[in-house]
Design a protein around this ligand. Structure first.
Ligand SMILES: CC(C)(COP(=O)(O)OP(=O)(O)OC[C@H]1O[C@@H](n2cnc3c(N)ncnc32)[C@H](O)[C@@H]1OP(=O)(O)O)[C@@H](O)C(=O)NCCC(=O)NCCS
Length: 163
């Protein structure tokens, strides 16, 4: 199985978020205390931009997952979640459009990977939107199945081993 690490590089050569996305910090989030910020990013990206139905976007796994939040000052710009109890499923990874391609998504994923390692998970997996597959591939994920529809969007299962 592929291991989670940036494609073609080692961790030391990947620019930290502070360098690539100046002023952005990534921290762990509490689903209740940080709900307004998490909702802002996910509603902006998934509901408004991608037309995902609101009742699908927020689900009963949310209170059980570990969440990560990227903040530019006090403004939420990115998020992602890890479902430790569901076999290490990564999901709801989103960056506000104006902050994309600046390393914020990678920083969110790296924090989720750290959390997974702390839980001694052997692997991570996700249902990646097909358009986001290159993003996950660069992080070491590989597609493991056929393309399928979820919330009207083409997805593929991807996974990587943790080391
Ligand atoms: C996918 C997403 C989270 C990536 O966030 P991001 O902050 O732009 O990602 P990064 O800047 O860390 O990208 C790292 C690398 O991934 C790859 N990548 C990222 N987005 C890509 C895209 N749209 N197409 C191709 N490659 C992409 C690139 O190699 C990029 O490095 P580069 O900018 O030096 O070329 C963001 O585009 C997003 O929120 N998309 C909409 C929601 C979504 O699809 N979420 C995934 C759900 S499964």
């Amino acid at each position: 199985m592929a291991a989670c690490s940036p494609k073609g590089t080692d961790r030391a050569t990947v620019a930290p978020v502070a360098e690539r996305a100046a002023g952005v910090i990534v921290r762990d989030a509490d689903f209740t205390a940080d709900f307004a910020n998490l909702r802002f990013v996910r509603a902006t990206v998934f509901i408004a931009e991608q037309n995902v139905p609101v009742d699908l976007e927020f689900d009963d796994r949310d209170p059980l997952c570990r969440h990560v939040l990227a903040l530019e000052g006090t403004a939420p710009v990115g998020t992602g979640r890890l479902d430790v109890e569901y076999g290490g499923k990564v999901g709801r990874v989103a960056v506000i459009a104006s902050r994309r391609r600046g390393g914020v998504g990678t920083a969110v994923m790296e924090r989720l990977h750290e959390i997974a390692r702390a839980h001694r998970l052997p692997m991570l997996w996700c249902h990646a939107q097909l358009t986001a597959a290159p993003f996950y591939e660069r992080l070491g994920y590989r597609a493991t199945g056929a393309v399928f529809d979820e919330a009207g969007i083409d997805h593929v299962r991807m996974e990587c081993g943790l080391r």
